[in-house]
Ligand binder design. Sequence first.
Ligand code: NDP
Length: 290
Amino acid sequence: SPMPLTLLGTGAMGTALGRAWLAAGHPVTVWNRTPARTAALAAEGATVASSAAAAVAANRLVIACLLDDDSLGEALAGADLTGRDLVNLTTGTPAEGRARAAWAEERGARFVDAGIMAVPPMIGSPDSGAYVFYSGSAGLFEEHRETLAVPAGTAWVGADPGFAALHDVALLSAMTGMFAGVFHAFSLVRREDIAPKEFAGLLQGWLTAMAHTVHNTADQLESEDFTKNVVSNLAMQTAGNATLLRTAQEQGVSPELLTPYMALMERLLAQGRGEEDTTGMVDLLLRQGS
Ligand code: NDP
């Protein structure tokens, strides 16, 4: 029979998760700092606990989906975690995941950290592509895999409790760069008689067509040979930047989303790496960041 569980946090994401478990027949005990926000799940059959500590006491499997790591610490401050299986679906950093794992283990709990690759409407629909990264206690994950798979797909990324957050944030960071490019592109065509809806189709097609290049980058990183399978070398791409910048100027669009990346390309070029692919960017970012 479906595993009973406790859900801490019934915000937008927590409510979507709770709804999926309730629909699958799991007995769900919920707690939220602002009690009124548990009403939707209560109406669908959830039991509302009067405190986070009471919610934790109700079930061995405890799933948290709160704003950030600080709110998790505050919520669980008075709870007895002995013998609990704590799954943290709160977005955080890798270091927060590792520290929280050590914190939970000191309190006698098994711990898995997670990163949700979905927005609330995607939760509970198997075809949406929604999934969640998990890392930390393999024993916990194996035991509860079926329950965890109810709201979204599961992707195990290892015993290091920081890895779920690392994978999550790495993908979100790539998306951030993509969004920056997309907004620049819409701005370029915005002053003209070009329908954004038609342009959006072209954008989606182009971004999708270019997405496979990540595998070439991975191959170059693994072989440590950035001259392997170079399609457009750094020198050519950097020269092309001038056209992108002049077009931004012609269209009256600020280039400020593009220029930091282009400045790094210039630095790589100055290192004499013009015949390579742009993969040397990774070296540059690692060196500058350390
Ligand atoms: P909401 O803002 O809707 O909900 C935030 C939740 O955190 C509420 O339950 C809120 O309680 C609680 N909370 C905030 N501060 C504290 C605190 N100090 N102590 C106790 N509880 C606290 O956010 P979401 O539900 O959308 O997000 C929850 C998590 O899911 C976040 O980590 C987010 O990054 C992640 N996520 C969200 C996605 C989304 O698209 N929404 C996508 C992927 C991940 P209260 O109601 O009392 O304010």
